[in-house]
Design a protein around this ligand. Structure first.
Ligand SMILES: [Zn+2]
Length: 262
């Protein structure tokens, strides 16, 4: 009787181990997408703490933080943030629950630190942990130029805000090239800007596998160009709903490679 019971217990333990392993293997991404919002929230709170002494300006959908006296620039950032908000959100069929934090810096080093960028030239703007962090346009638009027109049409607001939507919708489950492609494509829709139009490939354009596995090792300009083209082709062939469906599936924790292969 005891031996039978032992056998039963052993069988049960074996079954349990196999069951848990199966869940672990197949649902690693599902676990990851559930933990991600909390992880991002912690990073977000840390950035808010680091910028707690900054001034703030609130608009309908954004809270802008800034350390400088330049109110004129902040008004421009506010205007550019709100300008495409509705159209972009409508396209993704998603409106963020909270106002989006935008941080404007007049010191590039602060941007690098708060956006966890380790090396390279400070970018015009960056999306990081639910925040859009940008350099004051005074730092990259030469004096005497039409600052308002350039910032509205070539500034980073649509691009970085799109990264935020992709991040929210997918819960962080996306390859880098894909969020870049989607962001560049939104810029194209809103401002008509075609990324890398004058660049040409010396060899064959990168494949999706190359973009997914080695994005940082590729020629940056050509990798961005290819990402933009792939998303554009996809939308022109299948419609934007296809992108929205893909984002939704990624948000459930499905693998990008598996969905994209379909
Ligand atoms: Zn980007």
């Amino acid at each position: 009787m005891r031996r039978v019971l032992n056998k039963k217990i052993n069988k049960f333990i074996l079954f349990l181990v196999i069951f848990l392993m199966t869940i672990g293997i197949f649902n690693y991404k599902v676990l990851k997408v559930h933990g991600y919002p909390l992880f991002r929230k912690i990073q977000h709170e840390l950035i808010l703490y680091k910028t707690k002494d900054y001034k703030t300006k609130e608009t309908e959908h954004f809270i802008i933080r800034y350390p400088m006296e330049d109110e004129k620039i902040i008004d421009l950032v506010a205007k550019a943030s709100e300008k495409h908000y509705k159209e972009v959100c409508d396209r993704f069929n998603y409106h963020p629950e909270h106002k989006t934090t935008v941080i404007v810096y007049d010191n590039p080093e602060d941007l690098m630190n708060n956006a966890s960028l380790k090396q390279g030239k400070p970018p015009m703007g960056v999306y990081f942990a639910s925040t859009i962090q940008i350099l004051s346009p005074r730092l990259w638009i030469p004096q005497g130029e039409e600052i308002e027109e350039i910032f509205m049409n070539e500034g980073p607001m649509v691009h970085e805000f799109t990264h935020l939507l992709v991040d929210d919708l997918t819960r962080g489950n996306y390859p880098l090239w894909f969020t870049e492609g989607v962001a560049l494509y939104q810029e194209y829709l809103q401002t008509g800007y075609v990324w890398g139009e004058t660049l040409s490939y010396e060899e064959k354009p990168y494949t999706v596998e190359e973009l997914t596995d080695d994005f940082h090792k590729l020629d940056m300009m050509l990798a961005y160009k290819r990402s933009f083209e792939i998303v554009k082709e996809m939308v022109e062939r299948e419609g934007f709903d296809e992108i929205n469906q893909l984002l939704k599936d990624l948000g459930y924790g499905r693998s990008f490679e598996a969905i994209f292969a379909k």
